[in-house]
Design a protein around this ligand. Structure first.
Ligand SMILES: CNc1ncnc2c1ncn2[C@@H]1O[C@H](COP(=O)(O)O)[C@@H](O)[C@H]1O
Ligand SMILES: [Zn+2]
Length: 362
């Protein structure tokens, strides 16, 4: 058996935040240079400290996000980190990537939500080491079949974007994000996410925007159950989003509702363990849901913040729950059923996974 089969296996990533997935070397380089030019703008030693810390409380995770956001302030940097994040996922053999990011404003440099997302799209266009398929097409694209050009086959990745609403935002700002997502559907925006510090704000603030998104045919995914909040979890499940993330603090009533609803769960093992949202890997709900054959997708959340990759998440699950190469391949293949891209992309991916499945049998 190949040594690093989790790496060579094709994978589908459905839950990764752009700014949380910035390359560590890039973050340190940018933070250092900002610290040298504007001493008061950032505390470099704090970035270094948090980035190398093994366990981070949720409060520290959100402190780190604030530091990252202090560094990533202009369009060119947004473009650069997007390009690098895609290159990194492609090297990890991710063949379909749904990246999410919160559109931001920075009035001092004329950045608005639209220009922020334009800078992300510019990042997709600027990737040269792999082919990035982000424009939705009609019909079968056969995108993942190897295109032999002068004897060289190029690596390809299918990419779709989800726009996030941060729990610090207002109803109006959330609505602006949804309208932007609708305007940018032709550029591969497929859904809306509600994320941000779970200790902040009320999710009902965003209900009008989330309902509007759904009415207009956008997919919705919610961060739910990252902290104990029984009423919010119950109401989120009743909203019936297309996917849900975390599910750490679910109670019996929530599990029953989740299982009968068949809402797929985006599972980020390292993120849950490192933030103490789950006490230990032995009691992680992955095992419970996997046994119940509930729809599941393994994801990274924030590769930079949690110092992980999708291959490492696969290895972690395989080692922790005694799953073999074929079971992990099936987990990856099943994720195709829960992507937000259209049926054309789904069919392409199904065919692709079928074509490589014989290499995965032990
Ligand atoms: C650890 N678990 C988590 N729980 C909740 N929200 C999270 C998160 N990890 C990331 N984010 C959300 O994603 C933003 C960073 O990426 P973008 O600036 O949008 O690209 C964070 O500020 C937070 O709102
Ligand atoms: Zn997340």
């Amino acid at each position: 058996m190949e040594k690093n089969w989790c790496l060579s296996m094709p994978k589908v990533e459905l839950h990764a935040h752009l700014n949380g997935s910035i390359r560590v070397s890039t973050l340190l380089e940018l933070a250092k240079s900002l610290n040298e030019t504007q001493k008061d703008a950032i505390d470099f030693s704090q970035v270094e400290h948090l980035i190398t810390k093994c366990d981070l409380t949720l409060t520290e995770v959100f402190q780190l996000f604030d530091l990252i956001h202090n560094v990533i302030t202009d369009h060119n940097t947004v473009t650069r980190i997007t390009k690098e994040v895609i290159e990194d996922f492609a090297s990890d053999n991710v063949v379909y990537l749904e990246l999410r990011t919160t559109p931001k404003r920075n009035d001092s440099i004329g950045m608005n939500k639209r220009s922020y997302v334009d800078a992300v799209i510019e990042g997709l266009r600027s990737v040269s080491s792999v082919d990035v398929d982000f424009i939705p097409k009609t019909g079968d694209s056969k995108f993942l079949t190897n295109d032999k050009c002068n004897g060289n086959s190029r690596k390809r990745i299918i990419f779709r974007l989800i726009l996030s609403i941060d729990r610090r935002e207002t109803t109006e700002a959330a609505m602006e994000t949804v309208k932007l997502a609708l305007e940018m559907r032709h550029l591969g925006v497929v859904g809306i996410d509600l994320s941000g510090n779970p200790k902040t704000g009320e999710w009902t603030t965003y209900l009008p925007a989330l309902k509007f998104a759904r009415e207009q045919g956008l997919n919705v995914t919610l961060h739910s159950g990252e902290i104990r909040n029984s009423k919010e979890i119950k109401n989120m499940l009743e909203f019936h989003p297309q996917r849900i993330r975390h599910a750490c603090y679910f109670e019996d009533e929530h599990w029953r509702k989740l299982k009968s609803s068949k809402i797929p769960v985006e599972i980020c093992l390292t993120s849950n363990i490192r933030t103490f949202s789950v006490a230990s890997i032995e009691v992680h709900h992955f095992a419970y849901l996997y046994k119940a054959k509930h729809p599941l997708v393994l994801c990274t959340d924030d590769t930079c913040v949690f110092n992980t990759t999708l291959s490492e998440e696969y290895k972690y699950a395989a080692d922790s729950f005694g799953l073999g190469r074929w079971e992990m391949f099936e987990l990856s293949r099943n994720a195709v059923e829960y992507i937000f891209a259209d049926n054309g992309v789904k069919n392409d991916l199904r065919k692709y996974f079928n074509s490589v499945s014989k290499n995965m049998e032990v």
